[in-house]
Design a protein around this ligand. Structure first.
Ligand code: SF4
Length: 391
């Protein structure tokens, strides 16, 4: 996540809630994408510096748990930059120019000069961010799927170019033996099923078995992954987009919630400010007087009911709106109560970190150490494959 300003409830419902769920299911790495922020804010980096720590406190407040997930800052793991550079050597320019968000963002952020080398390369930096951890899944929204597809192409191209190895087949056969006779037999069966019948299921099963095989060296594992599908080592693995349902919370005016549009509720907003902001939200313009009936579909408050209210409350609001049985302030009250209820544990969790900021620094330092170890493992293989393995 880019550190370009305070987080708001749009971030919570769009991403953080999902992170909190994912961290319990999978090993997760969440990072402050400060280099990415520079691709669009290179002329005003002050916002980055002030946002980094606030953002981590917001994550912790939202329930991201450092005992379950790794939290770190991108620029503290410089291997990301090294992989970005090395990948850039073999990435066709057209792949980057074709990324749909490239032109889109340039048009949207027309007040900034984004005709820069860094901005063109940001999807490649994203690819490095993911590939360096050999990540299997990346939680993204629909608009980011083309980026993941490009990462997959980059990994494939890398393996194709640099996964060649003299005597590959013999070395792979030797590695199969190291699996032990039972596993070796299963590996060969699954490989045949995939290669002759195209069984994806067999491929997944074989990959899971290799992940579990403790006694394999990293290099043998890469050989066996590659041997399943062809005749190259798989040094970088192809990630999948993890599309998850996240509720979209619009801004107070019904547009996308954004601090710069002045329509946001901050993640750790004070109670009375929440109340004031919701009470002054625009409603269906047809409800000029209390006695005028309204249409929830034309009212941004209704979108908040969709996210925050249960069925009974929603029915009460919709009926009351259409029949002019309730006033708008009455309709807004359950939303205000629900937001304040949602934010109470966030304020509580944040307090200890506000009282002692060194706790946040320590969490991030540990996360950076852990991320760096993982990144260094991959870089060792990448350097070697690219002919840079000399010491
Ligand atoms: S009653 Fe509720 S849904 Fe209807 S216009 Fe007023 S705030 Fe919007």
């Amino acid at each position: 996540m880019r550190p370009t300003g305070a987080l708001h409830l749009g971030h919570y419902h769009g991403a953080l809630k999902n992170w909190v769920r994912l961290q319990a299911e999978l090993p997760c790495l969440f990072f402050v994408a400060d280099w990415h922020a520079l691709t669009t804010h290179y002329d005003d980096p002050s916002v980055i510096e002030t946002s980094v720590w606030d953002m981590v406190v917001d994550w912790l407040a939202a329930g991201v748990d450092p005992s379950q997930a790794t939290l770190f800052i991108q620029s503290k793991v410089p291997e990301h930059a090294e992989l970005h550079l090395l990948l850039s050597m073999a990435t066709p320019l057209g792949w980057l120019e074709r990324v749909p968000t490239y032109k889109d963002q340039q048009e949207k952020l027309a007040d900034r000069d984004l005709a820069t080398y860094g901005f063109l390369g940001y999807p490649l930096l994203q690819a490095a961010d993911v590939l360096i951890y050999r990540a299997s899944q990346v939680p993204v929204g629909d608009d980011q799927v083309p980026h993941i597809e490009m990462m997959r192409e980059i990994a494939r191209r890398f393996n194709h170019l640099y996964g060649k190895e003299k005597g590959f087949e013999e070395k792979a056969q030797e590695a199969v033996k190291k699996l032990g006779s039972k596993r070796a037999k299963l590996y060969n069966e699954l490989r045949t099923q995939f290669q002759q019948q195209g069984s994806e299921n067999a491929l997944e099963q074989a990959k899971a078995m290799l992940d579990d095989a403790q006694n394999l060296s990293m290099i043998d594992r890469e050989r066996l992954f590659g041997f399943l599908e062809g005749s190259r080592k798989l040094i970088l693995s192809e990630p999948q987009a993890l599309l998850t349902e996240s509720s979209r919370l619009p801004g107070l005016d019904g547009q996308k919630m954004s601090k710069s549009y002045g329509n946001a509720i901050a993640l750790r907003e004070e109670k009375d400010v929440v109340s004031k902001k919701v009470r002054t939200m625009p409603t269906d313009p047809a409800r000029v007087r209390r006695t005028d009936p309204g249409d929830p579909d034309k009212c941004p408050v209704w979108q908040f009911h969709v996210v925050y209210s249960d069925d009974a409350t929603r029915e009460w609001a919709a009926k009351g709106c259409r029949s002019a049985g309730i006033g708008c302030l009455e309709c807004k009250q359950p939303v205000i109560d629900a937001i304040i209820r949602e934010q109470e544990p966030m304020h509580e969790r944040a307090q200890q970190y506000l009282d002692d900021p060194s706790l946040v620094r320590a969490i991030v330092a540990d996360g950076c150490d852990h991320a760096r170890k993982l990144a260094q493992d991959t870089m060792r293989d990448v350097r070697e494959a690219m002919g840079l393995g000399y010491s």
